[in-house]
Design a protein around this ligand. Sequence first.
Ligand code: FES
Ligand SMILES: [Fe+2]
Length: 552
Amino acid sequence: MAWQRVASISEIDADGVLGVDVDGSSVALYRLGNEVFATAGICTHALAMLSDGFVEDGKIECPLHQGQFDIRSGKALCAPVTEDLRTYAVKLEGDDVCIDMERPAANAAPGPNAADGVRSVAQDNKADTRKSAVPNMQSDDSLTQRYVWPAEGLTRIPDWVYTDQTIYEREVEKIFHGRTWNYVALECEVPKGGDFIRSNVGPTPVVVVRADDGSINVFENRCSHRAAEFCRELSGNVKEFVCPYHQWSYDLQGNLAGVPFRRGVNGKGGMPADFDSSQHGLYRLNVTSHRGVVFASYVRDMEPFEDYLGPEVLKEFEATFDGRKPRLLGYYRHTLPGNWKLYHENLKDPYHATLLHTFLVTFGLLVAGNRSLMLADASGRHGVMASAKSEHKGVSRDTKKEMRAYRDGMTLAEPRFMDFVEEFDSPWSVTMATIWPNLIIQREMNTLGVRQIVPTGPHEFIMKWTMFGFEGDDDEMTRHRLRQGNLMGPAGFLGLEDNEAIKFVQDGMQHVPGGQHLVKLDPGVAAGTSESLISEASIRAMYRHWRAEMGL
Ligand code: FES
Ligand SMILES: [Fe+2]
């Protein structure tokens, strides 16, 4: 039992609510008369922040869909919320409000629906919640009993990490909707007021829009009336958003601007007299932008983006986004039949590069023995695979023997394809940065791109590639970038084989389930940065972080 001070009582308005962060968990504090109560800070229905909600008669109303909970017991009171809120024991010490995260409030709602109700393994097995459960209906205890990491530690990864629906849903909650900055767009995709583009945070569809004051807003693509995905175009320019279903309209900040027949017709029907439009805007996410790259988060008090990346990965980010303004060149978009994390792993696995990719080794882009680095940040979540191109001669006979993909004597019909115009202040000719949880930044000689991962379930994700150059590029440079862009994309000379390999791994797990993978390469580095290409230390670092975030 651990009491911790979380606020002072004067910070909580009478009959009000205050949101605080306690060890990475969002907690809502309420003051009812002389008493203080604490509940989980996020609605059990659609993950809205309850600190943005309304307190009335001992109830908290969620700002997003107006579900209500009893503050004292956490009990779900009306549709659409069905699952009770977790509550926490509170004690007051003078002006200090202390809570115990491990102990529910004295009058917490009983029953299996309570989020802190610990169910036995036997109960869980009988109910077979694995196929149908929403993850936050399961207590952390039951999850850790069900999903047991191999005793060997990070050198083995179990298949359920990639194939299990409950794990996937928990990833959406804990990672994509958790304490992360998610890539959503390049600023150059929405250059003028009213410009918008559809995007995603995890699987959740969002709209990225530039308002007339120049600010960029990101909100869920979900009407606050009946949840319609109101924005149907991929991109465009609008003065306002109008939902096609009942024509509710929203301004570019996401505020509800118009409700047709709000006062009914001939004095009959319509919304209740006390309906307050200001409380029914679109659900807005926290937004930040760095060097023209836009990120969004469900967490209100995210650390600055620079701190999120850490100094080493930030340096590589800023080597590519070097201050010149990005200019959009085009898109690729495809669906990959594999788990979304396999894409991160593929780019934290330099071992495969010289073995799988004929083009890479034959034309000297990455050869075992090149100067290279597989960097992991201190948290393990981000990484940068970096290599300096070799002149196409120095592959030793021994190295060739190991690299079956190497093809002697192969030449390109278009030699300009491999030109490398030095333009970056970096020792590396290629860097592939994996920015947790959904972004890859590709700098391969002069072809530049960001890749956005959009998971759609445990077995599939969408890959959105946005290729860019810079303002100031002349026509020849733009043509060069586009020509070299053939390295990348769904059928790129370098992308093609990775897409296949990811499918093969997912197939192997799905068709022979219940297994584990080996990630043992480079035992000298337990988890983290390695100077060897023959290493899986960055994959281990990513899973150290993943396990901590998932509580598994
Ligand atoms: S669902 Fe959008 S206006 Fe009704
Ligand atoms: Fe690859």
